[in-house]
Design a protein around this ligand. Structure first.
Ligand code: CP
Length: 326
């Protein structure tokens, strides 16, 4: 069975959420539309809906995270699920317990969902292939493979500000080679039908293979930014680099850093996204990161509604109680 089919049940509904690759446009739009219905929950006096009452979600983060872990936790709590955050640093993983044994032990606690982040590509699909049939797995970022919920919250933010995808030229700038976010964004934005998707970066950090996914490759930042509606900046994933990919960080900022002058080449109403964490003065200047065209913190807020949408679609399949409507 192909990896991306593992996430769909016999009815074509989401059983796991592991990658955007292979999902239909209709399903991606359903996620965005459902997220829109949850966006208002944050401004209610009681920020909760009862959709996942009685369900248990376990956050399993084997790699550092600020935004993804906390917004998954908030999303699960706002859906009324019980949430456990496993602290991997103090777990029995340190005593040599295998991933599969950790999984079996957590399964024995009768949970319904694992949210998994791991530095190894393929970790989330591995979990999905081995969990009990009633348990769902959501990929919160695995190695350089995929970060599908990040791509969906980016798409949600773009649609929220810009509307219809079909008119939009989007540039994804930076370390494409090591970026799970870039890979998921390319799948999401091409499936959602953007007019043009550009990837911009040095030859060492842009694999030729992205052209086969429908992206246009640029190695010159000024050319890549000209007349785009959306600029997505990416962090240099130095922890994943083995060898010399760059002359120096100073040189990188000079050639590929987003400054106000470079941003002026895009459309005047262009927006700037970044999945975070941002490295000021490496890929982005503070005046752009904090400027009026930046929607970086809006992305973080939207992460909660989008993750609520995905969790409720995955676990909602099993919910038969007619009371649990939002
Ligand atoms: N965007 C993102 O994945 O950020 P964190 O590593 O803080 O979760």
């Amino acid at each position: 069975m192909k990896r991306h089919n593992l996430q769909l049940d016999d009815q074509g509904q989401l059983r796991h959420f592991l990658t955007v690759e292979g999902l239909s446009r209709a399903l991606l739009v359903e996620i965005l539309d459902r997220a829109e219905t949850f966006a208002g929950v944050a401004s209610r006096s009681v920020k909760k809906v009862p959709l996942l009452r009685g369900k248990t979600v376990i956050n399993l983060f084997f790699e550092s995270s600020t935004r993804t872990r906390t917004t998954f936790e908030l999303a699960a709590k706002r859906l009324s699920a019980d949430v456990l955050n496993i602290n991997i640093a103090t777990s029995a993983t340190n005593k040599g317990e295998s991933l599969l044994d950790t999984l079996r032990n957590l399964e024995a606690m009768h949970c319904d969902m694992f949210v998994v982040r791991h530095n190894q590509s393929g970790a989330a699909p591995f979990f999905a292939a081995h969990v009990a049939p009633h348990i769902s797995v959501i990929n919160a970022g695995d190695g350089s493979h995929a970060h599908p919920t990040q791509a969906m919250l980016d798409a949600f933010t773009i649609r929220q500000v810009k509307g219809d995808f079909h008119r939009l030229k989007v540039a994804v700038v930076g370390d494409i080679l090591h970026s799970r976010v870039a890979r998921s964004q390319i799948h999401a934005l091409t499936t959602l039908g953007v007019d043009e998707l550009r990837v911009v970066g040095p030859k060492t950090l842009v694999p030729d293979s992205v052209a086969s996914l429908g992206a246009h490759i640029f190695h010159d930042l000024s050319a890549g930014l000209r007349d785009v509606d959306v600029v997505i900046m990416l962090r240099l994933q130095r922890e994943r680099m083995q060898g010399a990919f760059l002359p120096s960080v100073h040189e990188y900022f000079h050639l590929y850093g987003l400054t106000e002058e470079k941003l002026a080449l895009a459309r005047p109403d262009a927006i700037v996204l970044h999945p975070g964490p941002i490295n000021r003065g490496v890929e982005i200047d503070s005046r752009v990161a904090d400027g009026k065209q930046s929607v970086i913190l809006q992305q973080v807020s939207n992460g909660i509604a989008v993750r609520m949408a995905i969790m409720s679609m995955v676990l909602g399949r099993q919910t038969e109680n007619p009371e649990v409507k939002h």
